[in-house]
Design a protein. Sequence first.
Length: 396
Amino acid sequence: MNLLSGVRVLDLSTVIAAPFAAGLMADFGADVIKVEQPEGGDPFRRLGPYHNKEGLRWACMGRNKRCITLDLRKAEGKEILLKLVANCDVLIENFRVGTLDKWGLDAKTLKKANPDLIIARVTGYGQTGPYAPVAGFGTPATAFSGMTYITGYPDRPPVSPSFSLVDYVTGLYTAMSVMMALYHRDALNGKGQEIDLSLYEGIFRMMEILVADYDKNGVIRERKPKLSGTSSPGGTYQTKDGKWVVLVCSTDRTWEYLTNAMQRRDLLTNPHFDTMQNRVANDAELDEIVKGWIHSYTYKELKEIVDREGVPVSLIYSAEDIFEDPHYAARNDIVEMPHKRLGSIKMPGVFPVFSETPGEIKWVGPELGEHNQDVYGGILGLSQDEIAELRAKNII
């Protein structure tokens, strides 16, 4: 039995956070029914990168989901959706605030169809507040969260993440919050409820350092290309053979390990470096010492030393490094799945790892409407003629 067997999720969402949340639940056995517009479907299907004109990301984002088509804007589409709602535990959506209400699918209507329904709503800025109506996308939300301002070098423009970090973080919060709501409903005999998630608040929740430092010290944290003001030494360094590595010493113990590795125990009693506060105050001086030491070794030589002494250092991995690394292989972090047009495609494996109820990838992202017969015939009991009529009307 899968961990989430018996849980059925209606995924009305598109690019990226909310579908990712539904996908995480699908990895562990939830029956996720992905609802898409009959024409085009989720825009994520067409996002790059591409191989032979085939978008490569949908295979992973859509994996383990049953994909159906349904036009929610039409009266018959709305009726069908409410019948599906009656058969589901969770509904996940990420339309702009008020969109479902406009289509006659407000919370009251959804709850009438299923009083126990859990509704997770993902938007850029949440369901309340002056910015609630504003369109929400990951890059602007990251800037709004405060993260972009502190990312990069002080003499250059702020840097946005090179992938949709805020969306995937929000997806994690969404999956977690849905599971908490299910626990409240099913284990604590609570009610189904609505969950209000924004793109920016997941990252902002991780920015306690900004809040506390500004509140008590009036400090507006500026851009630095490393952890700043929290611990020292730490940062990005280059080895003798040109490899880039990161090091962090966020505790006194790891600092002691580093001095052992450097054979510089004298630094432990140096008044500039004998406490974390002093190391942070003299970070530039200490950084030069560490920089010179690391640059005196090849990466292989350095890695042997730091691993032996327990110093947290890692190569900055490229995709090629990841594919070649034995640890990734040993933990099945990359799996290869069959694909109709590509032959096969590799994607991240299932995480986290459960000892008794491991997740699995049953299939890659399906074709648009691939499970119409399965869902409409199997769950709703519609006949072949009824399904054909809905298709002819472009409702599915």
